[in-house]
Design a protein around this ligand. Structure first.
Ligand SMILES: [Zn+2]
Length: 1168
């Protein structure tokens, strides 16, 4: 046994050495030595240092492993056999590697074409990402390394939300006037030492789309609101206001003359008017991805900088309406250097308990933060039911409503508590001031200082001159009286959030990290929100899933476009006019798409809680932006090819989404015009091998690379119905190798012989068709397999279990479709916001035998099941590279015939965690522990699933990546379910006034990954993280290659070799290039033009270090040499900036490596 370990240890070591040296070769471009010398030396030093580190690490690892293994295997012969089996590929990997490199040369990297860059070919041979990966374990090496951070114990947190929910009994006891709270009292002596200092903060909540479209609201109300604010504030210097939505402000701005713009700027400069958050919208926090959350903030902050003023930088967050709150928002605002943020919609029991403990103001920290206060964000949680005036002045809405002067007699609006406000005059001011102060004082007892925040506004307020007049004048009368009456021991003034924050900090004092002294800390999230009773807002996690999916399509297309534009624009600039590229038009497509993505992140956009006609309006905006980007990328790929390979080609799209409600379809490539050049753009900053799917109208076809050598492909029938092949068109799947942010070109040619078709087996069908290689038969169980898995299916074509070849283990994973019904009764009205299942979900279609189609090909095996209302596809790939580890699921659901139903997909597995624990992500940024809670109704046990969930037991982990945000839960240990669509025939009384009946055939896509947990893995002390494999598979899945085809026959004798947009080594496996966003040129008038500055955002993704990582992953290095990464693009300067670029810090030299802190997202302003 010992001898065997002694062989494997050095094998790992040797293999790593070989790869490290190959990496060095990658970094050794053929450049003139004069310019290369210092650069190369630096490069080599960095690499050598890291090799040195890795050597030591490996040595230590080898010894530790040997000791552990020997010990464990001596005790357990079964384990010994298993370990030997698992690590056999490692022993073979070295000889294997050479073989694979030869294959790569054949497929991707030509040897004969010298048209481009000889160095490219040489270096491609060394690209490690292509090999079928073997695996290694990583150990923390230094304090700045990902594993040392993920393994670290998070710093002490006062309140952990998951523990809080577990302990809470959720007793909804009537609290009196504050129904969901408790009786409040005070003594005047409470204000002896410190008088009460009240900041009344006027605000107007403007939804960019909800009951009306964004333009509809603007015309009807928002234009007047902004006019009124500017006019009323300009009248008196102590009047204040806050404004949140830059989408609306920019619409208004475009209509104003210089005079009005200057008036607005002046109000901002003298701090009467504060821009809060400053995002394009007040974004939803459940369904949103951090890419879009950050992007819509950058868009807003950049707009402010270009229009309101260079030094106007928001520092207070304001989120009064998102339906539940995520710590990702706290993280983002912290890294944008905000001082303060406010949240409102949290579970009423959370509000009550936080209020009891005077914990409504706290530092919100990331659950993974092991430092003292590094991520802490000062947060204010509003205590009462709503953000309107009746629920903000104090605990008694009946009293507070009398201080909403919009509701003065004679107006349309009155108080539901039947006592309306009266105008303040000399005769009543004393009594009224006492009444209001009584509420203020009671509310102040919930906080730790005598500084009090009183928002004053509601939806679309201050739209009428009369409204603004009544509100300001009456409050001014009250304030004058109070401030001139010392016995009241109070000062009341208009204020902004910053005014409040500054006074709060003054009273509380600051601790070492700049936060108020002795405030509690909180870790975790505020989902799932309920405002009353059992009304959990978990329906909106899924409502309008068609557009939730389209949102992610647009987001990833936007990201791909940003990166491609930045690279192409920089490349074209170097050709001094030789390459034509309309960068102005391209940039305007980008800006439009940024703003559309931003708009849809609104808390009635991506949430699916707008009226049907508004949903259509959003949909049209999304699809227009998508079309703009696809067209832009087509031109950018052409420009890229021309600049890098001197090849000029006009391109067309290979798929189409004609309308806002259509599913994507492949566009036929007409082989009558062969040969056709296919170009494939890889939007990842790492090389990849993936499968690209196209549609052709000829079987006599071949695919060749730049060396005119054949490329592996699979030809499959295209299907007209479940069991009827298309007689003319065929799907062609091509295995493609692509370099980081690079373009790979292939040629589709006609041949004299027909290519063979993948074999199809039809179950529960009689339609055999030898011409198309289709065999039909009756229902039976079957399996499909690739190099990693053998999947077993039941007689209805549904996945039953997964056999993992490397570990020789079988895991039961039963995939099922089920349906929740609903019962309508008073207090139970499910709709766009609310979920009310009638009872357990019932199986869907259990009485039918669906047609099952099994296509087995050289590159991909696909099982398709045609259920009534659900078409389900499950695929695995036969390719070297990571994607053979993913099991892809695609469902097309049409729920239109099922009223009052919710369709779900459930995985029932024997991955059984103790305590019913499972994990879902928050905004694709962190993983959050969840646990089934029997004290909550079913709907209270559903959580957002924006990107990933996993189940884990002592043996293995099953990760589910999702291509779109949806609601999810684990109602029993080993179960994981996702709501796919919902159709509800009534409004749920939250203001929308409509049912959800605009369903349409909707696609949802997922990727499953099953990983074996190492036997020696201990429970982590730290927080939960996705595995590195899951992160990488999700990236490959979401950021798929984008293909175009030449519009006409391609007659150029040269096919470009695979080209890279950045250094071929790309980024290490744990670093993700979130964005490379070209900034608007400074100054100038007319349409925004692209400048040479780009915002680079890089995320150092945390991962669970107990799981093995692919051997080619250099993950212990969190440093990036940006000068080397952007080789060929002439990086001129690098500046450290805050996450929205608003705070610009120090410059660093382009070739000095920058450190991306583990688990963090760092931003840089690059000139290239
Ligand atoms: Zn709203």
């Amino acid at each position: 046994m010992k001898r065997w370990v002694a062989i494997v240890g050095p094998a790992i070591f040797l293999f790593s050495c070989a790869w490290m040296y190959l990496m060095m070769e990658v970094r050794d471009p053929d450049r003139p030595t004069t310019t290369m010398k210092p650069y190369l030396a630096q490069q080599l030093n960095t690499v050598i240092e890291s090799i040195d580190k890795d050597f030591k690490e490996l040595e230590k690892e080898k010894n530790d492993l040997a000791r552990q293994l020997t010990h464990a295997m001596a005790k357990n012969p079964k384990l010994a056999a298993m370990v030997k089996e698992t690590t056999r590929p490692l022993e073979q990997s070295i000889s294997h590697d050479q073989q694979q490199q030869q294959q790569q040369q054949q497929q991707g990297a030509p040897t004969g074409v010298g048209a481009v860059d000889d160095a490219v070919k040489k270096r491609e041979v060394a690209m490690p990402a292509l090999s079928r990966p073997t695996f290694k374990f990583v150990q923390p090496v230094a304090s700045g390394d990902v594993c040392s951070v993920t393994n670290a114990m998070p710093s002490k947190t006062g309140i952990k939300m998951d523990e809080f929910l577990e302990k809470e009994d959720f007793a909804d006891i009537d609290g009196g006037v504050w129904k969901q709270g408790f009786e409040l009292s005070y003594s005047m002596s409470d204000f002896d030492k410190e008088p009460l200092h009240v900041f009344v903060v006027p605000h107007s909540h403007n939804d960019p789309g909800w009951l009306k479209t964004v333009e509809g609201y603007y015309e009807a109300q928002t234009r007047s609101i902004l006019n009124n604010i500017v006019n009323f504030l300009s009248e008196k210097s102590d009047r204040k206001f806050i404004w949140a939505e830059m989408s609306y402000l920019s619409m208004w701005w475009n209509e104003q003359g210089d005079n009005m713009k200057e008036k607005f700027r002046k109000l901002v400069r003298n701090k009467q008017l504060e821009i809060v958050t400053g995002g394009w919208v007040m974004n939803d926090e459940a369904n949103t991805h951090y890419f879009a959350m950050i992007d819509q903030m950058i868009e807003g902050h950049e707009w402010i900088r270009h229009n309101v003023g260079e030094n106007i930088i928001p520092s207070s967050g304001w989120a009064i309406d998102p339906f539940g709150h995520s710590p990702t928002m706290a993280y983002i605002l912290k890294r944008m250097k905000f001082d303060f943020m406010l949240i409102q919609r949290t579970h009423y029991i959370v509000k009550k308990q936080f209020a009891r403990q005077k914990s409504l103001e706290f530092s919100w920290k990331q659950t993974w933060d092991s430092t003292q206060g590094n991520t802490d964000m000062l947060t204010h949680m509003m205590p009462f039911y709503s953000y309107d005036v009746p629920h903000t002045c104090g605990p008694d809405p009946k009293v507070c409503c009398q201080f909403d002067f919009r509701r003065l007699a004679g107006g349309k609006l009155t108080c539901p508590w039947r006592i309306n406000p009266v105008p303040i005059n000399d005769g009543n001011v004393e009594a009224r001031a006492e009444m209001l102060l009584d509420q203020y004082r009671k509310k102040s007892r919930l906080f730790r200082t005598n500084v009090l925040l009183i928002p004053l506004g509601d939806d679309f307020r201050y739209d009428l001159v009369m409204d603004a007049q009544n509100q300001f004048n009456n409050y001014e009368a009250l304030m004058t009286y109070i401030n001139n009456t010392p016995r009241l021991k109070a000062k009341v003034q208009f204020g902004t959030l910053s005014d409040y924050y500054n006074e709060l900090i003054k009273r509380a004092g600051k601790d070492a990290s700049g936060l108020p002294k002795d405030f509690p800390s909180v870790g975790g999230d505020f989902f799932t929100y309920t405002d009353r009773n059992d009304d959990y807002w978990s329906g909106y996690f899924t409502s309008r899933p068609f557009y939730k999916n389209l949102d992610r399509v647009l987001e990833t297309t936007l990201r791909a476009s940003e990166l491609l534009f930045s690279v192409s624009h920089a490349l074209v600039a170097q050709t001094s006019g030789k390459v034509e590229f309309d960068s102005g038009a391209a940039f305007s497509d980008l800006v439009q798409a940024r703003r559309t993505v931003g708009l849809f992140q609104h808390h009635d956009g991506i949430t699916g809680t707008a009226r049907m006609e508004v949903v259509v309006d959003y949909g049209k905006k999304l699809i227009n932006a998508y079309h703009g980007l696809m067209g832009m990328m087509r031109n950018a790929v052409s420009a890229f090819l021309q600049a890098k390979a001197a090849v000029k080609v006009t391109l067309s799209e290979t798929s189409a989404r004609p309308a806002h409600d259509s599913l994507e379809t492949l566009t036929v490539i007409d082989m009558a015009s062969a040969p056709r050049l296919v170009t494939i753009y890889n939007p990842l900053a790492r090389a990849r091998t993936s499968v690209v799917r196209l549609l052709v109208n000829d079987r006599n076809i071949e695919v060749v690379n730049s060396d005119l050598k054949p490329v592996p492909f699979q030809l499959s029938p295209s299907w007209q119905t479940a069991d009827e092949p298309d007689k003319i068109n065929f799907e062609i799947l091509i295995k493609v190798f692509a370099l980081p942010l690079g373009v790979t070109s292939l040629l589709l040619r006609k041949t004299s012989t027909a290519a063979s078709l993948a074999s199809t087996t039809l179950l529960s069908s009689t339609k055999s068709n030898p011409e198309f290689n289709v065999n039909a038969g009756s229902a039976s169980a079957f399996s499909v397999e690739n190099s990693q898995y053998k999947l077993d299916f039941d007689t209805k074509g549904m996945l039953k279990s997964i056999f993992t070849k490397s570990s020789q283990t079988t895991t039961n994973v039963a995939l099922k479709f089920l349906v929740y019904g609903t019962v309508i009764r008073p207090g139970h009205k499910p709709g766009a916001y609310l979920f009310f299942p009638a009872g357990p979900a019932e199986p869907h279609g259990h009485d039918v035998n669906p047609v099952v189609r099994v296509v087995r090909g050289s590159l991909c095996n696909t099982v398709s099941v045609h259920w009534p209302q659900i078409t389900h596809h499950l695929s695995i790939y036969n390719i070297d590279g990571l994607e053979s580890f993913g099991i892809d699921i695609e469902n097309i659901v049409d729920i239109t015939q099922h009223n009052q139903k919710e369709f779900i997909m459930r995985l029932e597995t024997d991955v059984k965690p103790t305590d019913a624990v499972y994990y879902t992500d928050l905004n694709g940024f962190t993983m959050q522990k969840r646990k089934y809670n029997g004290k909550l109704p079913t709907q209270g046990n559903f959580y957002p699933l924006p990107a990933m969930a996993f189940l884990e037991d002592s043996r293995q982990r099953l990760s589910l990546a999702s291509a779109q945000p949806l609601g999810s839960s684990s109602l029993q240990p080993g179960w994981l379910e996702v709501v796919l669509d919902r159709r509800l025939m009534q409004d749920d009384d939250r203001g929308l006034g409509q049912p959800v009946t605009d369903n349409k055939p909707t696609k949802s896509s997922f990727r499953l990954l099953l990983e074996q947990k190492p036997a020696a893995a201990e429970e982590t002390a730290g927080s939960a993280h996705a595995t590195l494999m899951a992160n990488m598979l999700l990236e490959l899945f979401m950021h798929h290659p984008i293909s175009y085809v030449s519009s006409s026959p391609y007659t150029d004798p040269t096919v470009p070799a695979p080209l890279s947009g950045i250094a071929q080594a790309g980024l290490p496996c744990n670093l993700f290039m979130v964005n490379l966003r070209t900034l608007q040129k400074e100054g100038g008038s007319g349409l925004p033009q692209p400048g040479s500055h780009r915002a680079l955002l890089v995320h150092n993704k945390g991962f669970d270090c107990r799981y093995a990582v692919p051997d080619f992953c250099m993950t212990t290095n969190s440093q990036v040499n940006l000068g080397a990464l952007f080789e060929g693009l002439h990086l001129r300067s690098v500046q450290n900036v805050s996450l929205s670029l608003a705070h610009r810090h120090n410059d660093v030299s382009p070739f000095t490596p920058v450190s991306i802190r583990p688990l963090e997202i760092e931003a840089y302003n690059l000139e290239l």
